[in-house]
Design a protein around this ligand. Structure first.
Ligand SMILES: Cc1ncc(COP(=O)(O)O)c(C=O)c1O
Length: 394
């Protein structure tokens, strides 16, 4: 489904934003509509994705992992995209759009630091000023990415409010955008936020699923039985799924962070499972599934992996779960950690902790004979977290 004229997916989505942001959002909507069918823009983007980003990424048959789980497992290697995660597909697209719109400053929020890194890369490559907002807790657990962003000339602003994670960083970036709408574009990092962001980010990420389709047919002569991806905001999930929405024979699984428990208490959710246990509400400019308490207050989320640690999820994904097309699942912190070690040992590939949640589903469920797992990113950024969690000192 694409968003209707009000930017809605069923009841979800929309534009719940302060008046001051409306001109910028309308300008973006217009530019996005125009450039999405502009061959010149698309050729430029595709050339940059290929020559700068390294697309297409391989679809890798993982023999040892397959043996271990008893079905033919392929990994879609978004970890091999420049920067180490799928985030560059969207950051390049939006930065290019911002440049065409005449904006000379881009800002972004980041959780795991991968989106911030991708945005800093795109800004450096296109010659645009770049400022990143990142929660203080995330800065602590993702230091290598903070340094990478600064090396590429981006300013990184720590956000101390709330729990110092992604939700708070988004609030700060929206505040910056509201005061600088004239010269600034907000490169949002997932399929969240007001329309047109969810549809636009999905479109920029849908290259993942188009490649999976083509590569599956090349390698196996058919479409996969299931496609699995991890969901924070949901951009790698929708990117991997979008091309398969009409293929009912392909099962689509979105795996969220089960954290330490699915039990929600009064103050917080020890998980980030908004698709699985969330309620309908408004967060960051869109109606979607969110973690909230009985009074409708947003609950703080938790995940071992910074990139999944978010109290909401993209409105389109919420809609596809309600309609039964996408199956929501969870993997908890320990299962993700186990999967992190499993892929490292069996394949010599260290996956991001986010992606490890998707891999974990392989050992929990029968997903058919031919399974594609979207390996959204690489795990170098997570080594400190894993060493600390495992009590390892090197
Ligand atoms: C490697 C990786 N995978 C997944 C995610 C989750 O984001 P999304 O759900 O938008 O794909 C992130 C976010 O930072 C990430 O860095």
């Amino acid at each position: 489904m694409t968003a209707n004229s009000e930017g809605k997916f069923g009841d979800y989505g929309g534009q719940y934003v302060p008046e001051v942001l409306m001109p910028a959002i309308e300008e973006l909507e217009e530019a996005y509509d125009e450039y999405l069918s502009d061959d010149d823009f698309l050729d430029d983007l595709n050339a940059k994705l290929r020559d700068y980003g390294g697309r297409p990424t391989p679809l890798y048959h993982a023999p040892e992992l397959s043996e271990r789980v008893g079905s033919k497992v392929y990994l879609k290697r978004e970890d091999l995209l420049h920067g180490g995660a799928h985030k560059l597909n969207n950051a390049l697209g939006q930065a290019l759009l911002a440049k065409r719109m005449g904006k000379d400053r881009i800002i972004a929020e980041t959780g795991a630091g991968q989106h911030g890194t991708a945005t800093a890369m795109a800004a450096a490559a296109l010659g645009i000023d770049c400022e990143i907002y990142m929660g203080a807790k995330d800065i602590e657990r993702q230091k290598p990415n903070v340094f990478r962003m600064r090396l590429m000339g981006a300013e990184v602003n720590p956000v101390e409010t709330g729990t110092g994670t992604l939700k708070d960083a988004i609030n700060e970036t929206l505040r910056d955008w509201a005061t600088n709408v004239e010269d600034t574009h907000y490169v949002i990092g997932s399929i969240v936020g007001p329309h047109p962001f969810p549809a636009m980010v999905r479109d920029f990420q849908s290259v993942i699923g188009r490649e999976i389709r083509q590569q599956s047919v090349e390698k196996e002569g058919r479409l996969p039985d299931s496609v699995v991806a991890c969901a924070g905001g949901g951009s790698n999930t929708m990117g991997a799924f979008y091309d398969f929405i009409d293929d009912e024979e392909v099962d689509l699984y979105a795996v969220e962070a089960g954290g330490s428990s699915l039990e929600v208490n009064e103050e917080r959710a020890p998980n980030s499972a908004s698709l699985n246990i969330g309620e309908e509400g408004v967060l960051h400019g869109a109606r979607t599934k969110i973690l909230e308490d009985e009074d409708g207050q947003i609950l703080e989320s938790h995940s071992l992996s910074a990139g999944l640690d978010y109290s909401g999820v993209g409105p389109e994904l919420a809609y596809l779960v309600d309609s039964g097309r996408v199956e929501p699942r969870t993997a908890d912190d320990d299962e993700a950690l186990e999967a992190f070690h499993l892929v490292s040992e069996t394949e010599g590939i260290i996956p991001a902790l986010e992606s490890s949640h998707a891999v974990a589903l392989l050992e929990k469920e029968d997903l058919g004979d031919f399974v594609v797992v979207n390996l959204s990113g690489r795990g170098d950024k997570d080594l400190d977290t894993v060493m600390e969690k495992s009590g390892v000192e090197v």
